[in-house]
Design a protein around this ligand. Sequence first.
Ligand code: B1M
Length: 210
Amino acid sequence: MQILNDISENLQKGKAKVVKELVQTALNEGIAVKEILGSLLDGMGVIGEKFKNNEVYVPEVLVAARAMNMGTQILKPYLAENGVEAVGRVCIGTVKGDLHDIGKNLVKMMLEGKGLEVIDLGTDVAPEAFVKAAIENDCTIICCSALLTTTMGVMEEVVKAFNEAGIREKVKIMIGGAPITQEFCDKIGADAYTPDAATAADKAVEFCKR
Ligand code: B1M
């Protein structure tokens, strides 16, 4: 579909306002939210490849990221699944040393779409800050995101910090982000790895229902 290509291409050019308008037009035309989100992710994927190959640099990636965030903001109300309601409180953040927040923001939106209350700790979150927030907000789950191979190790420190605080049994630790795998999750003793935002939200609901 042409409009989906246009969304992807304008995202790659960092044209946030155009992306926002196109996303709204696509919604008005009745295109499925999943497909629209797919076109945004596709554009970000192209930028990611170019970034890896030194064809674009940090400023281009930043404007593309801004366009991605503006596009997903328009989709936010539609990411909720009709009739699905869950009760629970989740703390979410990107781990210490890591500033990537697009995936985290998507997970947050999907969790909210399921009716969960989400406390967003932002990026560069230290293990102790996850513990403090979980205690203060009486969270059922914490969600940690990491996009860098150099920061994914912080997730193990997060698990340790919850153990040391004596609240490991009370709080489920969910992890995700591009370099994370099920194997890594098992190794560090987290409760769940999910590869994408929608699966993360489903898993969180499952934990809250138990
Ligand atoms: Co960065 N960056 N970046 N970057 N960046 C990557 C991650 C990289 C793979 C690019 C590359 O080389 N191909 C590479 C990492 C390589 C590695 O670690 N092996 C990289 C690098 C190297 C860096 C810097 C070090 C570059 C530099 O400065 N030299 C630097 C680090 C800064 C820091 O964090 N300290 C850096 C900086 C940046 C920007 C600031 C420019 C920007 C971030 C802007 C922002 O987030 N506000 C940026 C971006 C945008 C990217 C790429 C291009 C896109 C990431 C993204 O948003 N993807 C990325 C390349 C790529 O991924 N192809 C790259 C879209 C997003 C929706 O996907 O976050 O994976 P993702 O989330 C998914 C799932 O993973 C999952 O759900 C989401 C959607 O379904 N998920 C979870 C994510 N978190 C979850 C948590 C959960 C569950 C599921 O909890 C339960």
